[in-house]
Design a binder for this molecule. Structure first.
Ligand code: GLN
Length: 463
């Protein structure tokens, strides 16, 4: 795996253009199906200017750093498909704010990563480009939905990739690939140019090999944006020193595979030995959170995905006998994959007249209760700890026919999403070779810097 410091030393040794050329050759030969589009020409358009700046030492924070972006982030003039047939042939007319900011900071966008269609999935298998494989064990999934971003970083193609996290899609694949995955609080990185899945939950975030790289890229792209009315002003934080006090969400262990408990206990012992004060508490009910997430996410998705009608974007499927409604039906029927169709149908049913109070409104109510539960916990300690994933990454195909089991991969990550909290996942003690147990740290809203400082401490302990 590659971190930004290693990339920079490769650039110093070989020069930016040869290093980039080698990277792009490896990307073309990638056996994990992590990428769906490589932008060689675009990347080489910007690279010579970066190379000059590097030589003159007038560098911007991400000067010459190669980044991959998930296929649901817009970049002007580039294809954007969300790994869906419904968007094949679509080219973005503008650039997402986060991508533009990364470019303005000097990053080179080398390509786009495979993903679960419209970010719906936990395995990378729901993609019209075919499944992505886990570089740590090619028979297993890399997690999802930011499957390609995780696999590309784990395969050492790039040091950092942008992803999106609606219910765990950065943290869960990070955990599957022994990576660090960070979802800031809702509104911290602009969503302008991110294809909407569930707008009240969607966050842009990062996958990398270390906390420093996450922090560097995060600070280059976060901040308010007039194009996203839900983006937030930066908080003035009193201190960003690493806290060493945390609540362990003890009841999450009962939801994990048996050998997770031993590894998690070992991890806690090492933290305690390093001087951490750990309090064990019960957190919000994860099963309830998952149900609320599925109701809200599918309801919002059914609305957001109504725009793919064959009229304005991407695929239009038509037969001579089709009237206007028939064309829309056929375009959507051919364009969307099974999981996306399932979610649209489910979301539409949940919002139907007479059903909304029992499902949608109840889920909103649960979400408010969850936020209150977290607030009560944060009154006692600045951090919450749990495993990120309840199980090892499963084998390809193992859960494809069983959506309920697939959804359970998100059991421990949806809480932070529903409450809009910042959360980070990072690998700790060995679990079952080659996989390590990933720890999820959550902090209160606006405490991203505190969270990153704490994650750095944890990283030092386990690296
Ligand atoms: N795996 C979850 C789902 O399928 C989360 C997806 C995401 O965060 N985009 O809904």
């Amino acid at each position: 795996m590659l971190c930004i410091t290693e990339w920079r030393s490769a650039v110093r040794n070989q020069g930016l253009l040869p290093a980039l050329d080698a990277l792009l050759k490896r990307a073309v030969a990638d056996p994990h199906n992590a990428l769906c589009h490589i932008q060689r020409e675009l990347c080489f358009q910007d690279a010579p200017r970066c190379a000059e700046r590097i030589l003159c030492d007038t560098t911007r924070p991400l000067e010459g750093v190669p980044l991959l972006i998930k296929d649901n982030l817009a970049q002007a003039g580039c294809p954007l498909t969300c790994a869906s047939r419904v968007l094949f042939g679509y080219v973005s007319p503008f650039t997402a704010t986060c991508v533009q900011r990364a470019k303005d900071a000097g990053a080179l966008i080398v390509g786009r990563t495979n993903m679960d269609e419209f970010a719906m999935g936990s395995s990378g298998e729901h993609s019209s480009y075919g499944p992505t494989r886990n570089p740590l064990d090619p028979d297993r999934v890399p997690g999802g939905s930011s499957s390609g971003s995780a696999a590309a970083v784990a395969a050492g193609l790039v040091p950092v990739a942008l992803g999106s996290d609606t219910g765990g899609s950065i943290r869960q694949p990070a955990a599957c690939c022994n990576l660090t995955g960070f979802k800031p609080g809702y509104g911290k990185i602009s969503r302008s140019g991110l294809c909407a899945f569930a707008s009240s939950l969607d966050c842009v975030g990062l996958l990398a090999t270390c906390v420093d790289d996450i922090a560097l890229v995060y600070h280059s792209i976060a901040g308010p944006d007039p194009a996203d009315p839900t983006s937030l002003l930066p908080e003035t934080q009193a201190e960003s020193s690493a806290p060493r006090k945390a609540i362990v969400l003890a009841d999450t262990l009962a939801l994990c595979e048996p050998d997770f408990a031993d590894a998690f206990r070992q991890c806690l012992r090492l933290l305690a030995d390093a001087g951490w004060e750990l309090l064990e508490c019960c957190g919000p009910d994860c099963d309830q959170a998952l149900s609320a997430y599925l109701v809200l996410a599918t309801a919002e998705a059914s609305t957001n995905l109504a725009r793919y009608d064959g009229v304005r974007y991407g695929l239009r499927a038509e037969e001579p006998e089709d009237d206007f409604a028939g064309m829309i039906r056929r375009s959507r029927g051919r364009g969307f994959g099974t999981e996306v169709r399932r979610r649209i149908l489910l979301g539409t049913a949940l919002l139907a007249h007479g059903y909304a109070p029992g499902y949608y409104q109840r889920a909103l109510h649960l979400r408010e209760r969850l936020k209150a539960d977290y607030a009560a916990l944060f009154a006692q300690a600045p951090l919450l700890l749990s495993p990120t994933m309840p199980a090892l990454p499963f084998r390809l195909g193992e859960r494809l026919e069983d959506p309920q089991r697939m959804y359970r991969a998100d059991l421990l990550t949806v809480g932070a999403s529903l409450a809009g909290l910042p959360a980070i996942s990072l690998p700790t003690v060995p679990l079952r070779v080659p996989f390590r147990l990933s720890l999820q740290l959550m902090s209160a809203r606006g405490r991203e810097d505190t969270l990153l400082a704490a994650a750095k401490e944890v990283e030092k302990l386990f690296s």
